[in-house]
Design a protein around this ligand. Sequence first.
Ligand code: FAD
Ligand code: SIN
Length: 528
Amino acid sequence: MAEKFDFLVLGSGIAGLSYALNVAEHGTVAIVTKKESVESNTNYAQGGVAAVLAPTDSYESHIQDTLTAGAGLCDPDAVEVVVREGPERVLELAEMGAEFTRQQNSFHLGREGGHSANRIVHAADTTGREIERALLSRIRAHRNIQVFEYHFALELITEHHIGQHVTRLRPDIHCYGAYVLDEKADVVKTFLAKVTLLATGGSGRVYLHSTNPSIATGDGVAMAYRAKARLENMEFVQFHPTSLYHPDADSFLISEAVRGDGAVLRNMRGERFMPHYDERAELAPRDIVARAIDDQLKQSGDNHVWLDISHKPSNEILEHFPNIYETCKKFGIDITTDPIPVVPAAHYQCGGVKTDLYGRTSILGLFACGEVACTGLHGANRLASNSLLEALVFSHRAIGPSLDYASSVSKREVVPDWDDSGTEHPHEWVLVSANRDELRRVMWNYVGIVRSTLRLERAARRTKLLYEETEDFYRRSKVSPALCELRNMIAVAYLIIQSASMRHESRGLHYITDYPHTVEEERRSTLV
Ligand code: FAD
Ligand code: SIN
């Protein structure tokens, strides 16, 4: 028996929840999410949401900062709509109950790298947690919305599942919903909907060191790829310069806002190094800071550098960064007196499922918003705190076209059930966990902050082997989140490696030693 809704939303981060609240005014909504609803990249966002709200700031300035970071690959129309519509979306979020940090009668606006003004709206250093809290409390009260936790989306349902041949060039592929594993009941359900929103977030966990929580395994990108959607710019992976270096910290993020507040970076000899790399020093865009740290570590052989904010008054540090203070304290670091050991870590996927300015993908009935999507906003590098903003703006812009599409189609009544004949529950989980570890190491060592043709070729060979072993395992096994995540991570790794190999220049986040310069003739998006 299929579950039937007007709208199916895959993912419960800022993109999925904002969209769900809006379309729920017009029909029934299922939100499918693979863990507890709150578990998302959104929930861990620290710095905030960039928006032009100060009288001294301007749209032109935010647009220019975004274009500069994007290194020639932003879609100027996407940048315009996000910057100009962003402030209204942020104010709506505040009206909905998100309590952002205030200063007298207005929002306190923080500063981050690459921004030429203070424009980051935040809730101390736990902005994402506050956004999720506010959105989820609305979601839970809405009678048109049903949330399915511990439900893992496996595949998008298209013509392929009703026996038709589908290629990436076919212009009229339709999405009818998704096959979803109900993890607790251990059964695969069919969710049918007129419109499906892919809001499954990013893929940071493809790398050994990542600021992302464990949900970020690129499931949406992989599902869309298998469904033959168009994807764009997968080589542009953003590494955050400052994650906490501690064996038990799972790459906990030390927000860019800490540098925005005056923290400086020093190497193990105590030398402040950023002014030698860029005149903006610690406030240079994060790709420059991450590469500078990488360079320092490669030269010295050290494991980390120091980030030091201890020269600021401790009451200010405690007020601005309570969560970072508490978390570091747990690891024996008092940030009001000690420098923080930091290293770069994979943070954000700039590319993804290609969408137009209304969140439409190349598949009819399938929309994508948030980190899973490539809207054209970020180009070759994302400006800090532009992603929560992007998710808000595009999940709003997608409403009109979603309603139009929903009213133009009838719900598909029948699709075949998930077919798992000939499979059994696997016994050797080590085959999955070992391949997952290996993949993450391969990506970290060969497809990281600095790349080379030789490293990419090596990564491609290793990934192909992991792909073959995992597909063989998958064909014989009943589906499980761990196995499907591994499959998805391998697909994402393949897309990153292929896209990186196709770009014969260094641009934005993609730095390759064989082609160290930016080349005007290479200035184009990478399409898959
Ligand atoms: P997410 O919030 O990641 O939500 C994805 C959802 O999809 C989750 O609910 C997940 O469980 C679900 N899901 C995934 N796969 C499946 C599946 N197969 N089946 C069912 N459900 C699935 N950006 C900013 O703009 N400002 C910041 O200050 C900032 N700080 C950050 C700090 C950290 C530590 C991190 C990791 C990111 C930060 N970012 C920040 C980036 C930003 O948080 C994300 O890009 C954004 O939250 C993505 O939102 P989303 O809704 O697209 O995805
Ligand atoms: C941070 O707080 O440094 C993260 C901001 C972002 O990723 O946009």
